[in-house]
Design a protein around this ligand. Sequence first.
Ligand SMILES: Nc1ncnc2c1ncn2[C@@H]1O[C@H](COP(=O)(O)OP(=O)(O)O)[C@@H](O)[C@H]1O
Ligand SMILES: [Mg+2]
Length: 247
Amino acid sequence: MIDARGLAIGYRGGPTVLTDVTFSVMPGERVGVLGPNGGGKTTLMRALLGELESRAGTFTIEGRQGTVPQTERSRLDYPVSALDVVLMGALGRGPWWRRPGRAERALAQAALERVGLEDRARETFGELSGGQRQRVLVARALMQDADIVLFDEPFTGLDTPSAARLTALIDALAAEGRSVLVSTHDVGQARAWDHVLCLNGRMIEFGPPEHVLTETVLAETYEHAVIRIPDGWPRGVTQSAGASARA
Ligand SMILES: Nc1ncnc2c1ncn2[C@@H]1O[C@H](COP(=O)(O)OP(=O)(O)O)[C@@H](O)[C@H]1O
Ligand SMILES: [Mg+2]
């Protein structure tokens, strides 16, 4: 589905911010993307979406991509309903001049049902909780029938029940043969997925969690800001200096 070799990525007119990215993702795999703030998680996702050019290396992507971007409050002032957001996933399916019709609306409603939000279709997207917004965006990816779903820090700010729901949805997407990339600050969570990709300005390591989630790799990824918990597994990490720690 995705195969990247020696990628280097930068922003237009700026320096290269991420180098040495080599990894591959097969259908049905869940990949956790770890890294400190500014480590390059969003940059990698934007490059995979074709928004940024690679400056070195090669990558191939097979299949349709869907994205669940970080939902910032500041961007939520549009008076669009949850159903409208899901319907945006239908753009690109038909000719651009055709407005979504009854068939698309039925598909969008079905997608909302899959994420457990069938009764929220008419609510304003921006007024939903963080967890509900994430699920609406998952429904949009379902509407796109995405083969690859990219989640950028979807768990940030979610309470435990919402996070559990989202984890179950991610598992379900993968079980259907979709590839899922999820950036997270929760090392313990990444441990349950198929592969882990560690970034800190460059790719530190990629592989199955049992190979990647070692003290050495995590220390390099987070520059020694790893928090320990009693079961011996590094669980959370401190964000950049001064920011609060998440566990
Ligand atoms: N739009 C942008 N233009 C230029 N540099 C950027 C832009 N967005 C991010 N960067 C830089 O790219 C690096 C990686 O950032 P980012 O991918 O956002 O990290 P993360 O998502 O892991 O927190 C940082 O050094 C950041 O300053
Ligand atoms: Mg980011």
